[in-house]
Design a protein around this ligand. Structure first.
Ligand code: PXG
Length: 298
């Protein structure tokens, strides 16, 4: 934490050292709230509208009525980025249920807490982008959509954190999580894509559908859009681990990770064990897109 950073807290910009939320906040007590993670490139907030849409959809899904309208929230995010003169970095936005009592009842929380943090981001090491990442499939299954839908970016990330602990213990940075049916869902904090080749040598991109129980990633969406403009066929399709092991290429996508080649999974090499041609094409198309799109926040 940089104590000099100005944090947006319930309508005010306050220094990080003074940005405090109550221990009675239901975000802390119960993980009751929603959040977003965004990136700033060259003073521009990448896909701000898409992130706002998802944030407000998540809030609606948990019956949380944000104290700011979507356009007020957009201004608050831009104001926070400008106040910190952040050219490149990461933004975390949070709506929690707010201050209440020790019971679950959200009616005891009169006003949701709003937090916007704009700070530096810690990235994966450069080798991962050049040589590819190793992943494992973890035992922790992605939460069932009919119990707690992964499409809701809620403050309740324990399912993902348990998966992350398995990765850490195995000595790899990310993992594949299966859903309740044993189909590929997503990673602990990223989405997954493969390049599938059919028996006649035709290649296409495949990624699990939202119905597999995943977060509808903004980076995933941007990559699908780039694939379309590059003439690379892309389908949303349920996949088994066999499809991943037999893939020609694999990569993961996320706001923090961007596009990362996956070259080893469960001790197997994916394709020839090097970042593939389609993956590299999409990596460079994505870095071009993120540097050019949007308006500067200051
Ligand atoms: N799936 C999950 C479960 C995520 O949390 C993504 C996919 C990718 O979505 P976007 O919209 O970012 O392309 C995410 C988001 C972290 C961290 O510290 C990662 C995310 C969220 C919060 C923190 O690595 N990933």
């Amino acid at each position: 934490m940089n104590p000099e950073i100005q944090i947006y807290l319930d309508g005010n910009l306050v220094p990080a050292s003074q940005a405090k939320v109550s221990v009675y906040d239901h975000g802390f007590l119960y993980g009751d709230g929603v959040f977003e993670g965004l990136r700033i490139y060259n003073r521009r907030v990448f896909r701000l509208d898409a992130h706002l849409e998802r944030l407000y959809r998540s809030a609606k899904a948990i019956w949380l009525d944000p104290p700011l309208s979507q356009s007020e929230m957009r201004s608050a995010i831009e104001k926070t980025v400008a106040a910190n003169k952040l050219e490149n970095g990461y933004i975390r936005t949070i709506f929690s249920r707010g201050f209440g009592d020790l019971g679950l009842d959200p009616r005891k929380c009169p006003k949701p807490t709003t937090v916007i943090i704009a700070d530096a981001i810690k990235l994966y090491p450069a080798e991962v982008y050049e040589e590819g990442m190793e992943c494992i499939t973890v035992a922790t299954r992605r939460s069932r959509p009919d119990v707690l839908n992964p499409a809701i970016k809620s403050l309740n990330y324990l399912n993902n954190i348990l998966a992350k602990i398995e990765c850490i213990r195995a000595g790899v940075p990310e993992c594949i999580m299966l859903n309740d049916a044993g189909l590929v869902a997503e990673c602990s904090g990223d989405n997954i894509f493969i390049v599938h080749e059919d028996l006649r040598g035709r290649r296409e991109l495949r990624t699990p559908p939202v119905s597999a129980g995943i977060l509808e990633g903004i980076t995933r969406d941007a990559v699908m859009e780039l694939a379309e403009s590059l003439g690379i066929p892309c389908v949303e399709k349920n996949m088994s681990l066999f499809d991943l092991y037999a893939a020609k290429e694999a990569f993961l996508t996320g706001t923090a990770a961007e596009v990362v080649p996956v070259t080893r999974l469960d001790m197997r090499e994916i394709g020839d064990g090097k970042p593939g041609e389609i993956t590299q094409k999409l990596m460079s198309a994505y870095s071009e897109l993120r540097n050019s799109e949007g308006n500067p926040a200051f």
